[in-house]
Design a protein. Structure first.
Length: 305
């Protein structure tokens, strides 16, 4: 119907205009409620797509399996890769690495090799429902599992409990930060990590109170007093770079590094060596690693006769 002043006046006069407005408003409200119901129902699969991450290979021969029983039966598994002993004979530092939500401990060869070259043991805890681990993943249950893994780790004779590093990628950064709040590490590394899932939910039009797994990493880092290194990719479309910048702003004295990369190719082509140099330099400052010894001076040629 063509709207004219006369027709609008007629609609207002007979109440049909406001009736249509109310009908549209009710439809919008019902559609929004349905959208929120769907997001609430599907959020477990969105945050923890464990069905996409099933065990892919046998445990490496140089890895020790560590299992923790869980209350409803079964167990969660972790792999421990011991560092090669150095000349001092002291227990080695260790990094606990927490992977992203669509990954497995099976896929962390790059992390294992990189930290092994730096002289750290590597501890890879799996999430509930992922790979070989039983149970259903959730922020609360995974946080409790990581505390138990940490407490077991520090009792190992081949681990220096004063030199434990927590490193988390993507949602694993939220797991690492939560553990750092409950057990003080020597250092914390956050890689491609969101400031909070609550903030990301708003972008989908969902009120934060509907979240089962809010992961308020922003609030956690604001209260932490540990050395912190924050990495992020400038072209990250999964967790936009604004998240990393916000965490750096909130985390007192944190070191912040950006690379020209997306989310799943971090740190990006040509940045791998720089990435590991950054980690090494960062871990030297709190004493997790010793500064490399300077190369011996080249022998000087004998003076001319």
């Amino acid at each position: 119907m063509k709207l004219t002043l006369k027709s609008v006046w007629a609609e207002l006069r007979y109440g049909r205009f406001w009736g249509r407005i109310m009908a549209y408003l009710i439809i919008f409200i019902l559609a929004y409620v349905l959208w929120c119901v769907l997001l609430y129902s599907w959020q477990d699969r969105l945050v923890w797509p464990a069905e996409l991450s099933q065990a892919q290979s046998a445990r490496p021969k140089n890895a020790e399996a560590v299992s923790l029983p869980i209350e409803r039966g079964g167990a969660v598994e972790a792999w421990f890769f011991p560092a090669k002993p150095d000349e001092s004979g002291k227990p080695a530092p260790v990094v606990m690495y927490f992977h992203g939500n669509a990954e497995l401990i099976d896929q962390q060869d790059r992390i294992i090799e990189g930290y092994a070259k730096l002289g750290l043991s590597v501890f890879l805890p799996e999430y509930r429902g992922y790979g070989r681990s039983a149970g259903k993943p959730s922020e609360k249950e995974i946080a409790a599992d990581m505390i138990r893994f940490y407490d077991r780790l520090i009792r190992r004779p081949d681990v220096d409990p004063s030199r434990i590093v927590l490193h988390g990628r993507s949602v694993g950064g939220g797991v690492a930060a939560d553990l750092a709040m409950r057990r003080t590490p020597a250092a914390l590394i956050l890689e491609s990590t969101f400031s909070s899932l609550a903030a990301m939910a708003l972008k989908f039009g969902a009120p934060p109170f509907l979240l089962k797994h809010p992961f308020r990493t922003d609030r956690v880092v604001e209260g932490l007093d540990v050395p912190m290194l924050i990495f992020h990719g400038t072209r990250d479309t999964v967790v936009p770079v604004s998240n990393g910048r916000r965490l750096h702003k909130l985390a007192r004295g944190s070191t912040y590094v950006e690379y020209n990369s997306e989310h799943n190719d971090f740190p990006g082509e040509g940045n791998e060596e720089a990435y590991w140099r950054e980690i090494q330099a960062f871990l030297i400052r709190p004493g997790v690693l010793s500064a490399p010894k300077p190369a011996p001076a080249a022998p000087q040629p004998p003076p001319a006769p």
